[in-house]
Design a protein around this ligand. Structure first.
Ligand SMILES: [Zn+2]
Length: 276
C-alpha cells in the first residue's frame, strides 16, 4: 500500500473507516503539526488521503486548526485535488437540515487565522517566502464542484448548485442579528472551517471544492431557541452515511488529469519557497 495519494478528503473517521486497508501516515510540516495523521486508502482505483480536520478525537475547535499544516501535509503526500465536506447552518428557510449545497463563492469573516504561506517568515530550512498576491475571484475548483454535483445527483440527493459560504471565526454560533445580516447579504450558508482552507489550497496550486451539509437553520432563519451543538451533531450523524456515498462517488469522478487551471495559480510567480 502506497502512502501517496493524488486526492485528499478533509474529513474524519466517519468517512475512511469504511475502507479496507487504510495506511496511517504521519507528516511533519514547516508549519507545525497537522490535525492528525493522514489515512490513505484506495477508492475505485484512486489513492485517497483522509485528514480528520478536528483530529481523530475531535479535540480541535475550528479556530485552533492548523490549516496551513493540514494543506501542506496533503500536498506532501502527493495530493493535488481536495474535497472538503463541512457542516453549516442554512441562511434561508429553504436550506433546512439535510440540504447539501456545493458553494461557488465564499465570504471570509474569520478574524485570527494564518491565511497565507507567503507571510515573509523564514522556514526551518532557511528559505523565505516572497510576497505573493493570488487571484481568488473564484475560490473553488470547477472540476471538483462538477464531480460533487454529479455524484450527489447519482446518489439521488439533489445538491444546491452554487451559493455563498460565509465562514465565521466561532467557536460560538451567530447571534440573530449577525445571522440576519448574513442572510440579508444574499449569502447561503454559514460555517466555521471552510476558510482559510480554500485560499491555502489555492496557494499550493491544489484543486479545492467544498461540500456543505446543512445541519440546522441559522439563528436568523428560524424562530426557535437558536442553534445547539447537540442538534448539529445529531443531524450530521444522520447524514454522514449518504455524505460518504457522495464523497466516494465524487472521488471516482475527479479527472485523472487536471484541466481546470488550479495548478497554474502560482505560474510565473517568484515564491521563495519550494512547495512539497
Ligand atoms: Zn481544479
Amino acid at each position: 500500500m502506497s502512502s501517496q495519494a493524488a486526492i485528499g478528503v478533509i474529513g474524519g473517521s466517519g468517512f475512511y473507516s469504511f475502507l479496507d486497508d487504510v495506511t496511517e501516515v504521519t507528516v511533519d510540516t514547516p508549519y507545525g503539526e497537522p490535525s492528525d495523521s493522514l489515512f490513505v486508502g484506495e477508492l475505485g482505483g484512486r489513492q485517497v488521503a483522509f485528514l480528520p480536520r478536528h483530529g481523530r478525537q475531535h479535540h480541535l475547535p475550528p479556530h485552533r486548526i492548523n490549516y496551513r499544516a493540514n494543506l501542506w501535509a496533503l500536498r506532501s503526500a502527493g495530493v493535488r485535488q481536495v474535497l472538503a465536506p463541512c457542516a453549516v447552518g442554512g441562511l434561508r428557510p429553504e436550506y433546512g437540515p439535510g440540504t447539501l449545497l456545493v458553494p461557488d463563492q465564499l465570504v471570509d469573516r474569520t478574524k485570527a487565522r494564518a491565511q497565507t504561506y507567503f507571510d515573509g517568515e523564514t522556514l526551518p530550512d532557511g528559505s523565505r517566502p516572497q510576497v505573493v498576491h493570488l487571484t481568488f475571484a473564484d475560490p473553488y475548483c470547477p472540476g471538483g464542484r462538477a464531480a460533487a454535483l454529479a455524484a450527489a445527483h447519482g446518489q439521488g440527493w439533489e445538491a444546491v448548485d452554487g451559493g455563498t459560504l460565509c465562514v465565521v471565526e466561532g467557536p460560538r454560533f451567530s447571534t440573530r442579528a449577525e445571522s440576519r445580516w448574513h442572510a440579508a447579504q444574499g449569502w447561503s450558508v454559514v460555517g466555521m472551517t471552510g476558510h482559510p482552507e480554500a485560499v491555502l489550497a489555492r496557494e499550493l496550486g491544489l484543486c479545492y471544492s467544498s461540500l456543505t451539509l446543512v445541519t440546522d437553520l441559522d439563528a436568523g432563519a428560524e424562530a426557535g431557541a437558536g442553534v445547539s451543538h447537540a442538534e448539529v451533531m445529531r443531524v450530521f450523524g444522520e447524514n454522514v452515511g449518504r455524505l460518504r456515498d457522495v464523497l466516494f462517488d465524487a472521488v471516482v469522478r475527479l479527472p485523472d488529469v487536471r484541466e481546470c487551471g488550479c495548478a497554474d495559480s502560482l505560474a510565473g510567480l517568484e515564491l521563495g519557497i519550494t512547495l512539497p
